[in-house]
Write a protein that binds this ligand. Sequence first.
Ligand SMILES: Nc1ncnc2c1ncn2[C@@H]1O[C@H](COP(=O)(O)OP(=O)(O)OP(=O)(O)O)[C@@H](O)[C@H]1O
Ligand SMILES: [Mg+2]
Length: 384
Amino acid sequence: MASMPTRSDVMETLKGVIDPELGSDLVDLGMIQDVHVSDEGVVTIDLALTIAECPMRNQIESDTTRKVGSLPGVTRVDIRTTAMTKQQRADLMSTARFRVRERAEPTKLSPTTRVIAVSSGKGGVGKSSASTNLALATAAMGYRVGLLDADIWGFSIPRMLNITERITANEERNLVPVEAYGLKVVSTGLIVESEETALMWRGLMLSKALEQFLKQVEWGELDYLFLDMPPGTGDVQMALTRLLPQAEMIVVTTPQQAAQKVAIRVADMARRSFMPVVGALENMTHFVCDHGDIYELFGSGGGAELAEVLNVPLIGSIPIDPQMVAGGDNGLPVVVHAPDSPSGRAFREAAARLIEIVPPAKDETCTGRIAKLLEALPVTSHSE
Ligand SMILES: Nc1ncnc2c1ncn2[C@@H]1O[C@H](COP(=O)(O)OP(=O)(O)OP(=O)(O)O)[C@@H](O)[C@H]1O
Ligand SMILES: [Mg+2]
């Protein structure tokens, strides 16, 4: 079904792979020497590492493989690594230094924060429930987690977490997220006074609102930031790619959805925004009655089919659970209030699977590496 990605599609995707230590992406840093896409969908990438024994090597390689591998049509990713020449390293360091100085401009999110956008091909499939519960399950594993309600008008996170507090501004006039169940939460619903006054925000461009949330919010150090995406594709998606090229996507589906159709829409959206899809999540899988009998109310197989078509793992199947409806409406998320319910368990398993696929970025800054890089530079490039 999918056509082959072009070389520039691959380059765009590589802009989403960040060297956490140097704080910029592989393309910007000049680490990509060549890219070749074969007719069979094998992508070969010549990657120049700063030093052969680069401590970030594994992470850079696995991020590259995962992200490029998620482009529709890619069957395999081969990475050929070399070490940079002195001149290449000099260029890289001046880019990296330049970026550090420029750092005010991009988002307030640390380059080591993994960004997971929870999307779907259509509305009402459980994105908000999934992003909330996955974020909570991830936090319960001990990670520092944020939850950004990117559904600017249709926000539902404040209700899902029963947040009555409002976002405040600090002395630097930046916004401070609200803390709820250990998550750092930002939502339009936490700024406006009521769901009605949200209407007043409609004049504001969607992408501008998202930009504010990323540039003016004091997120602090986070391991993961989950984004509850609005239904459908479009503005927010595109803005997100521009603002957070490192974002990766999970696609939520119900079992009965014509997976093929959803997959095409999602793959198309992913291709246009160069946001890799890293997993599928099936929601409302089946109903387990008190006697343990299973009822497949909404059909079956949608998640597995979608995962297969998108060529990504199915990270979980969340059963239909009346506690979820009640939980969503009353701000009692299942992962916290009924962790051993069928849906609570399923979300915790899905989060664990997600962490396996997108492991936390290493954030031990290896000053040794920077020192080595500087040592290896030609003398002239030290001048600022
Ligand atoms: N597994 C489930 N079992 C029972 N009810 C569920 C389940 N998942 C979601 N729901 C309910 O379905 C409704 C829609 O879910 P949710 O708001 O998470 O979907 P959404 O994809 O975010 O919707 P939208 O596209 O409008 O943003 C909510 O009332 C929620 O409580
Ligand atoms: Mg929603």
